[in-house]
Ligand binder design. Structure first.
Ligand code: IPM
Ligand code: MG
Length: 358
């Protein structure tokens, strides 16, 4: 097993250090190599996704990714910003299928901003298409004013588009995921307004013919956003495009109490993938030993299960997380009255100890 480790920016290196410690105690045969990505790579090599980093990711069986982004790079031209690293990895590795589970751990029901009865036992899966839509559609750009100046330019544009094969393949992934869960799939679109998403609805409906055992319904994205906070447990698997999936997955994550708990997997057609926490680089808390490493540690578990065929190791990690939460340890983002507040390193150490004890 060849694992590429890309810690990135902000809290990325801190949370990754804890995930790597967990990987080390599992006693699996693996080789890993670490590389710079995002702002850290720009600072060292002048590009957020240097060739060496991309090659390492392409040659690995799986990529464990921290987070990228820092305000200090916000003024760079778009192609050099840290975010381009993750977008480039998704595009080059063809990671079209993004799994974002939103699970409310029973110990954290009270950390949610929703009433506990609305989120207790919540377990939904957002399947987000990740390499198409307005994120990657061409043409895109800015029309410059006649003198080429930035000021006074008349317009900017991005193109929302989806091809039939792009929708078909993500629909198959989502129906198959739904088949393994409660046989229910909700497709989220904006078919009432957008041509692209009327097409999305039509193609998902066509693919449904191959999955008669799965119940399919369609929701407009605005309604889906509302239903997610009104009755989140009514959902099981949600499939949607890149842009809507970006927004709804943050919303769903927050229902569970903290985005600091949620892992994600981005897979290509061969089940090779990139695994990353659903949260960002949080530069405001970087280096303070307060970030929650559990989303990254749980992303490691997803990696072992989906790309490296080590389901027992994945279960050991997940069981360790449950036990540590049961013991009352909490990082600041999930702390509540009566629990014990710990830092990033202490949380990582507790998970390592629990994995060893299992
Ligand atoms: C995410 C992030 C990314 C996205 C950014 C960092 C490019 O918000 O993974 O959800 O918009 O996809
Ligand atoms: Mg996002």
């Amino acid at each position: 097993m060849n694992i590429a480790i890309l810690p990135g920016d902000g809290i990325g290196p801190e949370i990754m250090a804890e995930a790597v410690r967990v990987l080390e105690v599992l006693d699996l045969p693996y080789r890993s190599e670490t590389a710079l990505v995002g702002g850290a790579a720009y600072a060292a090599h002048g590009h957020p996704l240097p060739d060496a980093t991309l090659k390492l990711a392409q040659s690995a069986d799986a990529v464990l990714f921290g987070a990228v982004g820092d305000w200090k790079y916000d003024t760079l031209e778009r192609s050099l910003r840290p975010e381009q690293a993750i977008l480039g990895l998704r595009r080059h590795l063809q990671l079209f299928a993004n799994f974002r589970p939103a699970i409310c751990h029973p110990q954290l029901t009270h950390a949610s901003s929703l009433k506990p009865e609305l989120v207790a036992g919540l377990d939904i899966l957002i399947v987000r298409e990740l390499t198409g839509d307005i994120y990657f559609g061409q043409p895109r750009g800015r029309r410059l004013s006649p003198d080429g100046a930035f000021a006074g330019q008349p317009e900017a544009f991005d193109t929302m588009r989806y091809s039939r094969p792009e929708i078909e393949r993500i629909a198959h992934v989502a129906f198959q995921a739904a088949r393994k869960r409660s046989q229910r799939l909700t497709s989220v679109d904006k078919a009432n307004v957008l041509e692209t998403f009327q097409f999305w609805r039509d193609v998902v409906t066509e693919v449904h013919a191959e999955y008669p055992d799965v119940a399919l319904d369609h929701l407009y994205v605005d309604n889906a956003a509302m239903q997610l906070v009104k009755a989140p447990k009514a959902f099981d698997v949600i499939v949607t495009g890149n842009m809507f999936g970006d927004i709804l997955s943050d919303e769903a994550a927050m229902l569970t109490g903290s985005i600091g708990m949620l892992p994600s997997a981005s897979l290509n057609a061969d089940n090779r993938g990139l695994y990353e926490p659903s949260h960002g680089s949080a530069p405001d808390i970087a280096g303070k030993n307060i970030a929650n490493p559990l989303a990254t540690i749980l992303s490691l578990a997803m990696m072992l299960r989906f790309s490296l065929n080590q389901p027992e190791a994945a279960l050991r990690i997940e069981a360790a997380v449950t036990r540590v939460l049961e013991s009352g340890l909490r990082t600041a983002d999930i702390w509540s009255e009566g629990t014990q507040r710990v830092g990033t390193r202490e949380m990582g150490a507790a998970i390592v100890a629990a994995v060893k004890a299992a």
